[in-house]
Design a protein around this ligand. Sequence first.
Ligand code: C2E
Ligand code: MG
Ligand code: MG
Ligand code: MG
Length: 279
Amino acid sequence: QAKHLGTHGVQLHDPSMTDRRKADSLLAEDLAGALDRDELHVLYQPLVDLTDSRPIGVEALIRWRHPRLGLVSPADFIPIAERTGTITAIGLWVLETACREITRWDGLYVSVNLSPRQLQEPTLVQDVLGVLARTGLAPDRLVLEITESALVDESAGIAMLQEFREHGIRVAIDDFGTGYSSLHYLTRLPVDILKIDRSFVAELNGTPEGSGITEAILRLSQVLHLTAIAEGIETAEQAAELQLLGCGVGQGYLFARPLPPTELQDLLLSPSPRPSSLS
Ligand code: C2E
Ligand code: MG
Ligand code: MG
Ligand code: MG
């Protein structure tokens, strides 16, 4: 660690920066062995039909149980994995785990996040097809989520998306509207689904100002024949307004948190769709 800090000596006068760097490089070391030590697991958050709250799919979300620090958020460790390159192995492990576990639930699809670095791997398409072959999951039950930043100026990445779609795998743009890409560019991407970022869902308050961006994204998805999925729905009011605006699918704590497989199983077996707050 001393060597690492030494090379960044200019920042030594800033203790918070130094601590941050030290913590990050320690986390990076731990993360490199986390897979082998079995510290990673995958949770599944339902994606529901907003008309009846029934799950139609799930998003796979990784979790890391650090032996000393406890649960570390993916928002904290995915960027590190991305920087050090461990994301390649971790990403494939999530994909394989999610594809294997989803085969238990007929009729549900699984949506898996891909990080920008994975899209730069020349073997990605082959790797994904290998996972489908090994797990026996039909390609139409897999969605790959990418952020728009992963695709800026990446013609190789765009070609891969096209290949995925030719194999029947769907592609979603995650956190839509939060990047800096032009709409013109985004409307030309080979994708199937736009996920409306939760910052826009949080603004919904029954006024035209509150719903402006969400309405614009919904209109855009209609014109382009894409499915829109609203992220981060926390209240029945937001769900009701999204339905009024014509959004068919949603995800959020109102319906369910990211769940371990056993709890997802319980939820799927529960007789009545919950919550019944949407009418
Ligand atoms: P994301 O892909 O946009 O995933 C949605 C995030 O919103 C998840 O956070 C989820 O738990 C959270 N969320 C869902 N409903 C609500 C809600 O109603 N309110 C609020 N406030 N939050 C909600 P999570 O699981 O902490 O993941 C954070 C991010 O980490 C993900 O954002 C994704 O970018 C990344 N990530 C997670 N798992 C993976 C993975 O396996 N691979 C890669 N590359 N990235 C991942
Ligand atoms: Mg996502
Ligand atoms: Mg998202
Ligand atoms: Mg998000």
